[in-house]
Design a protein around this ligand. Structure first.
Ligand SMILES: [Fe+2]
Length: 172
């Protein structure tokens, strides 16, 4: 874990554009995913009520944070977007992700599902707002764990969620 955090710091400190930072951070995550000694036993614990976030590291200057998200079977997020760039990697199990686009609808707006992605162990993904609306779910029958790196201080703001969308959504 020490080595991973050092690698993340090296990438983030380069001060590159958000989308490129997210991509390169994903590359740093990839070789560590699935390693048996990456997370402590506590960091792998779920919560029967909702998916659980474990804060693993928050950089002292607020430039990035690393969390582990633990999903019991069937647990999911709301439809949301993020306050900053983000890179994710699946460490255990399989995560299903549905991505959305926000489209005008008269004076309001609605969501259109654009893509369904299934992410197995080792899959990494980097993105930067805008256009990062999605919902993540554990569709498998075992616990799923993913690592998320955000370009924000999660120890201060608590969550990477910028906005939760409760708009009508079209399913594909
Ligand atoms: Fe997200």
């Amino acid at each position: 874990m020490h080595r991973l955090i050092g690698g993340l710091r090296e990438v983030v400190d380069r001060g590159l554009p958000p989308d490129l930072t997210a991509y390169l951070v994903g590359e740093q995550l990839a070789p560590h995913l699935g390693a048996a000694d990456l997370l402590t036993a506590d960091q792998q614990l779920g919560d029967p009520d909702r998916y659980r976030q474990h804060l693993i590291h928050a950089e002292s200057d607020g430039s990035f944070s690393l969390v582990a998200l633990v999903w019991l079977p069937g647990q999911h997020t709301s439809i949301h977007d993020h306050v900053s760039w983000c890179a994710t990697g699946v460490h255990q199990g399989t995560e299903s992700e549905r991505r959305y686009r926000l489209v005008p609808d008269g004076r309001a707006a609605r969501l259109i599902a654009t893509e369904d992605v299934t992410n197995p162990v080792g899959a990494v993904c980097g993105f930067a707002p805008p256009g990062d609306i999605h919902r993540v779910q554990n569709c498998g029958s075992d616990t799923a764990i993913s690592l998320h790196v955000y370009g924000a201080d999660i120890s201060r703001i608590g969550s990477s969620v910028r906005r939760v969308y409760r708009l009508p959504s079209d399913e594909r």
